[in-house]
Ligand binder design. Structure first.
Ligand SMILES: [Ca+2]
Ligand SMILES: [Ca+2]
Ligand SMILES: [Ca+2]
Length: 652
């Protein structure tokens, strides 16, 4: 019975290894396997050695305590043969392991990363580094205050550097050493947002971080040192994919040029816009066009959509600690720099990330700044590069490609637009909001069509009247009319559905109809809206619009008349609701083939129609060929109609 059970287990194991694809649940590492001995095998070490010689694979580790077996590298045939060996209970493929309990900080979540994005889009970008750590296959230079090299969440390259000034024989020189430990915390925080892979996950979990420590314990340094750090990175374009510069100061051509030249070698530079509430054109490296310049927004819940009830963050206080600005979810903070030089926005308020354990024993801290927004973009660039590494070239064109991918996949402008945009932009340049979910192709922009058929734009209604709203909606071709949400900027939500009725406060309302992304398929926000402006309570009604159409007593597009016939032309005038407009004044102008002009004018009748006739005679009149007839209409209290032109022919 016991033997029978073992045998069954062995068959089950073989099925698991060779019969079932594991890709939907885990990721096998090709050529790596784990073998477990049967209970009756006495010495795992010796047995592993014997099997290694027998089957021709490489035993990499023998397990003796938790399980009794070994890990080995070999081909599938060897693994299959081993699975049939009587001493072996089962063999299974080695797999990529990841911490499924890792917390996703709000900023990482707000840019579209959830566990499914990690599993489906980010895990496949991972590699095993030489130090045994698993992480996204991209290399990031963190030009900052250094990194904690042994922070449990960070994959830190031990060969990072610190450029610093030193006096040698009376001469001050910039030299480099390996003492890049972070005695401030800023750099370790930045590194965690870009690439933590432990108790928390960054945007590109486990990507290799290299410290370029150019700022001291107080978070300050000199541009000469900063440029030395950029110079060191620029000299290794095959080593670094992305550089993060969450630092800056006043404008410096040398700083900008150093970044520009590093970019020209194919290294993406994500740089902070700065926290001076000013235009980035005053700042370096934020003003360098070839860098990706990052502004900040506040997100407190990791979700799109403004939750106005969350207002826990006050900044821009007076020097005595009083006053300040309370920031709501989804708002641009008072301190973020802005301007045409900003490429993309990312969460930068109350960001939770790694911190040197010798400064805070937990190893984590929550801080704010465009410095915290920037590494979200750095991580996004790392993901894009890991995914598209085959097309990487050491050129500015490659950096442009990465930059374009990041900006073109961002959440778009418009408070009610695609994917709710952030609020409170300080300028008219509406930079996109980083969206890694779309960048990685985990979702696509939905094709959303919303139409409002009534009321028409600029319609006005008597005070207190019930107004009917009708529209349609589709998302990727699927009818979603019943999900339409109608919102007035003055009255709030009016109702849901294809047709609703509501009574509005007096005033000029902007009515928006949109489809909620209730399944969170596209990011959780209202999808492409349509809007109209209407007036309730006609204290000063907006002028209505006249429309005019021309027709003839003959039906064809360009009717043909003969000498002696009477041409009848009809001018029909309507308003924007399609109702006929009597007593509108119509002016009709006819141009003849001979170059003459004939004019007729008059008021529309009770049916909104004005008729102009002409007895045709080509010899005595305007000649033979093409006549054009143009009409327009006016009426007091209405906007003049557009001119409309039709043609007819006169033949002998
Ligand atoms: Ca730029
Ligand atoms: Ca939010
Ligand atoms: Ca802006």
């Amino acid at each position: 019975m016991k033997n029978h059970t073992r045998l069954a287990r062995a068959f089950a194991a073989i099925t698991l290894l060779f019969g079932i694809t594991l890709t939907s649940f885990g990721q096998p590492i090709p050529g790596q396997y784990i073998a477990v001995f049967k209970d009756n095998v006495p010495d795992p070490n010796r047995a592993a050695q014997e099997l290694e010689a027998q089957h021709g694979f490489n035993v990499s580790y023998v397990y003796q305590n938790s399980i009794r077996g070994f890990a080995f590298a070999g081909n599938e045939q060897a693994a299959q043969a081993l699975a049939r060996n009587p001493r072996i209970a089962y063999v299974e493929p080695d797999q990529l392991a990841h911490a499924s309990t890792a917390a996703i900080p709000t900023g990482v979540s707000r840019i579209g990363i959830d566990q499914s994005v990690i599993n489906d889009s980010i895990q496949p970008l991972m590699t095993i580094y030489e130090n045994g750590r698993q992480g996204v296959n991209a290399r990031i230079a963190v030009i900052d205050t250094g990194l904690q090299r042994d922070h449990p969440d960070l994959n830190v390259d031990p060969t990072g550097v610190r450029p610093y000034t030193k006096t040698v024989k009376g001469k001050t020189q910039i030299v480099f050493d390996n003492n890049f430990d972070d005695d401030n915390g800023h750099g370790t925080h930045v590194g965690g947002t870009a690439a933590a892979n432990g108790a928390i996950v960054g945007v590109a979990p486990g990507a290799l971080l290299t410290a370029v420590k150019v700022l001291g314990a107080n978070g300050s340094g000199s541009y000469s040192i900063v440029i030395a750090g950029v110079d060191w990175v620029a000299g290794q374009p095959s080593r670094f994919d992305v550089a993060n510069m969450s630092l800056g100061g006043g404008f410096s051509q040398a700083v900008n040029d150093s970044v520009k030249n590093a970019v020209a070698k194919g290294i993406v530079f994500a740089v902070a816009a700065g926290n001076a509430a000013t235009d980035v054109s005053q700042m370096s490296p934020a003003s360098e066009p070839s860098a990706i310049t990052v502004s900040a927004m506040a997100d407190f819940d990791g979700q799109p959509g403004g939750l106005d009830t969350i207002d826990t963050y006050t900044s821009c206080k007076n020097s005595d600690g009083t006053g300040g600005t309370i920031h709501h979810d989804e708002e641009v903070p008072c301190w973020s720099n802005f301007g045409a030089g900003v490429d993309v926005c990312a969460p930068g308020v109350l960001i939770y990330s790694t911190w040197p354990t010798w400064l805070i024993s937990s190893g984590y801290n929550t801080i704010s700044g465009t410095s915290m927004a920037t590494p979200h973009v750095t991580g996004a660039a790392a993901l894009y590069i890991a995914r598209n590494r085959a097309s990487r070239t050491e050129s500015a064109a490659w950096v442009r490609q990465v930059t374009d991918a990041i900006t073109s996949s961002g959440w778009l402008v418009g408070d009610y637009g695609y994917f709710d945009y952030f609020k409170g932009d300080k300028d008219s340049y509406r930079e996109p909001l980083l969206n890694v979910r779309l960048l990685l192709g985990q979702t696509t922009r939905p094709n959303v069509v919303v139409t409002i058929s009534s009321p028409l734009n600029d319609a006005s209604f008597p005070s207190g009247s019930a107004i009917s709203f009708t529209g349609t909606a589709s998302v990727n071709g699927e009818d979603r009319t019943q999900d339409l949400v109608w919102i007035s900027n003055l009255n709030g939500v009016l109702g849901t559905g294809g047709t609703i009725s509501a009574t509005l406060n007096d005033g000029t309302h902007t009515i928006v109809a949109s489809v909620p992304d209730s399944g969170n398929t596209f990011g959780g926000c209202a999808l492409v809206p349509s809007s109209v402006t209407i007036i309730s309570g006609s204290a000063s009604p907006a002028p209505k619009q006249l429309f005019i159409a021309v027709s003839f007593d003959k039906p064809s597009d360009v009717p043909v008349y003969y000498d002696g016939e009477t041409m009848h032309s009809f001018f029909d005038v309507t308003d924007e609701l399609g109702a006929v407009v009597p007593d509108a004044w119509v002016t009709a102008v006819m141009k003849t083939p001979a170059g003459g002009t004939l004019t007729a004018s008059g008021a529309t009748d009770a049916n909104g129609r004005f008729e102009a006739t002409l007895r045709m005679n080509g010899k005595r009149g305007g000649g033979y060929g093409e006549y054009t007839i143009t009409g327009s209409a006016t009426k007091t209290g209405y906007l003049r109609s557009a001119e409309v032109t039709r043609k007819f022919q006169l033949v002998r």
